[in-house]
Structure formats: structure tokens, C-alpha cells
Ligand binder design. Structure first.
Ligand code: C5P
Length: 419
């Protein structure tokens, strides 16, 4: 199961009133001056109907009163790992399992260092190691601490593991310095933690999706094409709409009808798809390149049907030209846009996909094994592996294409939050 998959707050098509359950938010507080903002964060979560439990480090007690957090959350605050009365109430593993999302705010440099190393020497770090819930981290520290190579390295490690960072922001710091290090406002931390899967969670994002197999004409009746039902790309477009994004779907021919709410741009050939992608890319925050783009096109597309009688003997020579690699071209100019590519492989899936993500330069590659009968092409299910530029992988179980689409959009959301 991918990170974040526990936090499904709303049923498909449901509104706020149809929340199936109130999410469990575990708030871990470490010792920084920014802890004074935590009571407001607890109130934000509670206002939205979340159950909140707080745990804090020993030093955090110096910055915010456990009694305040206890009163606002309505739950006892946990501090000690070894205190029998605290463990009796809810054990540390139960606490880690209870959470639908874990929020660490403020996250000190020390806490992030321990988390990056997997140290578990108090309640907060132990819970962080034990939880499988998505983790949202709001750092707060002096600018020099934030810019220290150790911290930079730890942040990188944690981001690679899928931890979502909110902030820090630039501004006046409590220590008297100016620069990066202020903890984000409670409302921003709340949005990052709460709204992952919910309808509206991609509000403000403009997502460009390509789908279908391009068709490269030989003459008016014949063409070269790639096998593709278009189902994966259409599922991404549909799920992105459900989450509140503006969606432009650039589609090569398929037998599917466009999901309600998308702007459809119909294309046939790879060159037309490239023109359409380039026209839309700059205005978009993410591109999901699910189309099966033909790598070659006939050098000449006859305007009249080639008659059999015109062909001498039993063979015909078709000269092909290489099509531009749209994914590689746009990845080279993506800046902070998120670009996702696909790879259909019949053997050595992971090795081939690792090579491909390097050559394409995208942020995420979704690789599927086309030798399986329950995945890829016409199927409604897909078994995919996510590959990131550093070569790390996440193998997803067999899921519906809609669920795979959701996981892709979770990744996009996380990447957008960390840019
Ligand atoms: O190189 P390959 O065709 O395996 O790469 C697959 C990925 O690259 C898909 O995301 C596909 O949409 C994209 N692609 C492209 N332009 C091409 C060929 C593939 O954008 N000419």
C-alpha cells in the first residue's frame, strides 16, 4: 500500500457532510519556540471534525503547556515512553497505528536528524519510526541550522522517504536572525495534512494529461499505432477532476468518452500531441504523460490510398522517421512543474524503468509489466511500480486504474508541496 492510502476521508462524489469517519490526527510537538502556534493548529483540526491526540518531547513542554493541548484536544497528552500510566492509556505502538496522518510541528533540526537516522530514544521518535501513516513535517529553526549541510542532507533523506514538508518560511526569526526558518502558519500545515485525498485537495492545480495511442498515417486508410486503450490516462483525468484540479486531457484516438469537467484536446499524431502539450505545458502545474506515443512515423503520408496494384512484387518499403520524445523535451524545461511518465516493459521492469527515468528526466516514472494479463493495455486493473530519479522504487499491489490514478496524484501533490 502506498503512503497516504489510509487517509481516505470522503467517498467518491461525496461532499463535506458525507465524511465517513473523522480522521485521526496525531500531532507530535518538538521543542521550538514555534510551538506556541500549536494550540491554534489543534483547534483547526478539531473544527474540521478530526480526532486529535498530541505527543510531545520533554523540551517541547518548555514552549507550550501540555495542559493547553490536553484541553483543546480533549485527550491526555503523551510525553514519556516508559511511564506505565501513560502507556496504560494508549501504548506507543497503538498510538502510531491509530493515526491516519502524523503531523510533526514544530520539527526541530535535532528531531529531523533522529528521524532520518531511525533513532527512537523517546516517545515522539519511537512513534515516528513505528507509524505507517503519512507524515507531514513543519520545520522551524534558526536559518543557519536550516542551511547547515547536515540538515540539508536529513531533509533530502526524509523527502525521499515520502515525508511531506510544509515550510519553513522566510522572515523574522525568534532568535533575532532573518531568513528561512519560520514555521508555516497553522492553516497551511492543516491544509497539507488534512486535504490529501479529499475532493478539492488539488484545487488551484492545473493538470495536463495525455492518453491513448497516437496514430501515424501511411495513407488515408492505413496507419501505424501503439496499443493503448487510454484507460489509465482517462482515470488520472477523472480522479484529478474529483480532487478539484483543472484538467486538460490531450487524447489520441480511444473509444472512451472524456470525463465530465475536463477540457479535451483531440489529436491523432505524435507531432500534433507535441504541439498541444507544448501549448498547454507552461500554464500547467503537472503533466501526466500516459499516452502511448509512436516512436516512428511514416516519412511520407500519401494523400491517396495506396492501391495494391501500385506495389510491385510482394514487399513494400516503408521509410520511417523518429518522432520527437515529448516527455524528454518538456522534462528539460519543467522548472517546478511535476512531470510523470509511463513505461510499459515486458521484462526486467525495474532495471529498464530506472534507465528510462534517467533518459527522460521526469520526476516519477510509472512502470507496468505488460506481460501480465491482469495489468496494462485493455485491463481495468494495473500493477505498477513507481520509480523516482534516485532509483528508489515503490511497488503497488494490483489496483484498479482509478486507484493507481489516485496514487499518482498523491505523489504529484507531495512533490508540489515540497517545491
Ligand atoms: O520511450 P518510451 O516510449 O518507452 O517512453 C514512454 C513514456 O514516454 C511515456 O510516458 C510516453 O508518453 C512518453 N513518450 C513521449 N514521446 C515519445 C515516446 C514516448 O512523450 N516519442
Amino acid at each position: 500500500m502506498s503512503t497516504g492510502s489510509k487517509m481516505v476521508f470522503l467517498e467518491e462524489g461525496g461532499g463535506r457532510s458525507s465524511l465517513p469517519a473523522e480522521p485521526n490526527v496525531l500531532l507530535l510537538v518538538s521543542g521550538g519556540i514555534a510551538a506556541y502556534k500549536i494550540p491554534e493548529l489543534v483547534r483547526e483540526f478539531r473544527r474540521e471534525g478530526a480526532h486529535v491526540r498530541c505527543a510531545m518531547t520533554e523540551s517541547a513542554k518548555e514552549f507550550v503547556s501540555p495542559l493547553v493541548l490536553q484541553t483543546l484536544s480533549g485527550e491526555a497528552v503523551r510525553i514519556s515512553l516508559l511511564e506505565p500510566s501513560e502507556e496504560g492509556d494508549i501504548g506507543h505502538i497503538d498510538l502510531a497505528d491509530w493515526a491516519d496522518v502524523v503531523v510533526v510541528a514544530p520539527a526541530t533540526a535535532n528531531l529531523m536528524a533522529k528521524q532520518a537516522l531511525g533513532i527512537a530514544d523517546d516517545l515522539v521518535t519511537t512513534v515516528l519510526l513505528a507509524t505507517t501513516a503519512p507524515i507531514v513535517l513543519a520545520p522551524a529553526m534558526n536559518v543557519n541550522m536550516w542551511e547547515n549541510t547536515s540538515t540539508i542532507k536529513n531533509v533530502k533523506v526524509l523527502k525521499e522517504r515520502g515525508v511531506v514538508f510544509v515550510g519553513p518560511e522566510a522572515g523574522d526569526l525568534a532568535c533575532g536572525w532573518q531568513g528561512m526558518g519560520r514555521m508555516s502558519e497553522a492553516s497551511d500545515i492543516f491544509r497539507a495534512a488534512y486535504g490529501f485525498h479529499a475532493p478539492g485537495s488539488l484545487k488551484g492545480e492545473r493538470i495536463l494529461v495525455t492518453a491513448g495511442g497516437t496514430r501515424e498515417p501511411i495513407d488515408p486508410v492505413r496507419s501505424l499505432t501503439n496499443r493503448s486503450s487510454g484507460k489509465m490516462g482517462y482515470a488520472v483525468a477523472k480522479e484529478a477532476i474529483r480532487r478539484g484540479a483543472d484538467v486538460v486531457l490531450i487524447s489520441a484516438p480511444t473509444s472512451l468518452s472524456a470525463p465530465e469537467g475536463v477540457s479535451l484536446v483531440a489529436v491523432e499524431t505524435a507531432l500534433e500531441m507535441r504541439t498541444a502539450v507544448k501549448a498547454e505545458f507552461e500554464k500547467s502545474s503537472a503533466l501526466v504523460m500516459a499516452a502511448a506515443v509512436a516512436d516512428f512515423r511514416p516519412a511520407v503520408s500519401e494523400t491517396r490510398k495506396i492501391k495494391k496494384e501500385q506495389v510491385e512484387g510482394d514487399t513494400i518499403n516503408l521509410k520511417l522517421l523518429r518522432n520527437p520524445d515529448i516527455l524528454a523535451e518538456v522534462s528539460a524545461i519543467k522548472n517546478n512543474r511535476v512531470v510523470v511518465g509511463f513505461a510499459a516493459e515486458s521484462h526486467n521492469l525495474v532495471a529498464a524503468a530506472r534507465k528510462k527515468i534517467k533518459s527522460k528526466g521526469c520526476d516519477l516514472l510509472v512502470a507496468n509489466d505488460i506481460s501480465r494479463s491482469d495489468a496494462g493495455f485493455e485491463s481495468d486493473t494495473n500493477a505498477v511500480v513507481f520509480i523516482t530519479p534516485d532509483g528508489s522504487i515503490e511497488e503497488l499491489p494490483l489496483q484498479t486504474k482509478q486507484e493507481v490514478a489516485g496514487n499518482i496524484l498523491d505523489r504529484i501533490k507531495k512533490l508540489r508541496l515540497t517545491r
